[in-house]
Design a protein around this ligand. Structure first.
Ligand SMILES: [Fe+2]
Ligand SMILES: [Fe+2]
Length: 213
């Protein structure tokens, strides 16, 4: 049995409970694959949707109790509340003190720039868990087995496209995370092309020397 499994079983619908267990298992698989802490991945995965079935009123009361403000973007997309309240619940009620676990729960929906490896793992696990069946999930699973960053980037691109197609609010964290991946890729490509040029120059050098001789 996974940690907190019976705890969440008593608090979530059967469907949400199964999803949470699947996300925990996907997170554990990704943690093994990408050399992250698998115990933390399982805990963050199983708790990530802990408050997903609360009503808006419950979220607002809980946020008020802990004096947590929300932005207009969260108000504009109320399903974002659960990532915030679940991380506060994990800290305040379940006494989880590990900041990486709390952040992985907090940013599992929007992502954010400069995510830790654990945050990326939980974000991705929520996309590729066994219960997911959206079109494109097989490609994302394949990508997840090859490169963590590429798969997270594909998840961000998918989210931005879906939300913009539906004229829905896109949280700035999601856009900023997407931009960070694009800029990092551009930087990596620019370094790679400079290295390729350098390699060409180095391999060319003996020829020039031989001409001089
Ligand atoms: Fe969620
Ligand atoms: Fe989820």
């Amino acid at each position: 049995m996974l940690p907190f499994e019976s705890f969440i079983k008593n608090r979530l619908s059967e469907k949400r409970f199964k999803h949470s267990v699947n996300v925990a298992k996907a997170a554990r698989w990704l943690a093994f694959k990408y050399e992250a802490n698998d115990s933390k991945a399982v805990i963050a995965g199983i708790l990530h949707d802990l408050t997903k079935e609360w009503k808006t009123h419950d979220h607002l009361m809980f946020l008020q109790k802990y004096n947590i403000g929300v932005t207009k973007y969260e108000y504009g997309s109320k399903k974002l509340f659960h990532a915030i309240t679940a991380s506060i619940y994990a800290k305040a009620v379940l006494r989880i003190t590990d900041l990486d676990i709390l952040n992985a729960i907090r940013f599992h929906t929007t992502a954010r720039p400069e995510m830790s490896k654990l945050e990326k793992i939980v974000y991705l696990a929520d996309f590729i868990s066994d219960d997911r069946s959206f079109s494109g999930v097989d490609r994302l699973r394949a990508l997840a087995s090859i490169n963590l960053d590429d798969a997270v980037f594909a998840g961000l691109s998918y989210t931005i496209k879906e939300l913009s197609d539906d004229n829905k609010v896109i949280h700035p964290n999601t856009i900023n995370a997407y931009n960070e991946f694009v800029l990092t890729k551009e930087r990596e490509n620019s370094i790679k092309s400079k290295n390729d040029d350098l390699a060409k120059y180095i391999s060319f050098k003996p020829f020039r020397e031989s001409v001089r001789v």
